[in-house]
Design a protein around this ligand. Structure first.
Ligand code: ITT
Length: 222
């Protein structure tokens, strides 16, 4: 059994990942930051989803643990990709999902092109000596970035999942979190907030990234 420390403060993500990573349950134990004694917020000051994901997965890695994190967000075509990496704090610091949704609706008032996509980058940051990693899986620039942040030599593997959709004109549904009530998944004709966990995971950015991540984990000798 090997420990992965999931570096997130978002309880919804913990629930989604427990489900998504359940096929690994006999090999991998998922721990939280709290389980390894880390408290407090991580400052996400990267320029890309990839960098922010690695900034988070580097927190347990700096302590010698294998860190896993995701950075995710919504990019809206008519807003030049906003809110993007600022999705969690679109309407300001310490805002609610409702505040962010209301701001998005205001920004898109009268806008016809409502195309958008959800993006999720999962990164795993592996301190040297904890797990053997095939070289072809390693992202070199992100590994250098992470090693600097961790103050020790680490290797990073990163995967990206995306899901295209359309921003609705009003909130629809009560499931999920964040921008889900405004994100229409056109093939189903419903928003992510009108889907069950399973339905959302089957098509979502996080589901796509998690499946790619699982494939990669299978290539590691756990
Ligand atoms: P951690 O950084 O602690 O993991 P967070 O909520 O701050 O949790 P992110 O930095 O990845 O997570 O920000 C992602 C934001 O993007 C999140 O707060 C939502 O507003 C939005 N988002 C990401 N995935 C989403 C999803 O599946 N459904 C709805 N909104 C999502």
């Amino acid at each position: 059994m090997i420990d992965f420390v999931l570096a997130t403060g978002n309880r919804n993500k913990v629930a989604e990942y427990s489900e998504l990573l359940s096929p690994l349950a006999d090999k991998v134990r998922i721990l939280s930051l709290k389980d390894v004694g880390v408290t407090g917020d991580v400052v996400e000051d990267g320029d890309t989803f990839e960098e922010n994901s690695v900034i988070k997965s580097s927190v347990p890695a700096a302590l010698g643990y294998i860190g896993v994190a995701d950075d995710s967000g919504l990019t809206v075509d008519a807003l030049d990709g906003a809110p993007g990496i600022y999705s969690a704090r679109y309407a300001g610091e310490n805002v609610t999902y409702r505040d962010n949704n209301e701001k998005l609706l205001r920004e898109l008032e009268g806008v016809k092109d409502r195309g958008a996509k959800f993006v999720c980058v999962i990164s795993i940051t592996i301190p040297d000596g904890t797990l053997e990693v095939p070289e072809e899986l390693v992202d070199r620039p992100l590994s250098a970035f992470a090693s600097k942040r961790c103050g020790r030599s680490v290797r990073v593997i990163a995967v990206r999942g995306e899901c295209p959709g359309v921003i609705t004109e009003e909130l629809r549904g009560r499931e999920g979190f964040g921008y889900d009530p405004l994100f229409l998944y056109e093939p189903s004709g419903v928003t992510f907030a009108e889907m069950s966990h399973e339905e959302k995971n089957a098509v979502s950015h996080r589901g796509a990234a998690a499946r790619a991540f699982l494939e990669i984990i299978k290539k590691l000798h756990l």
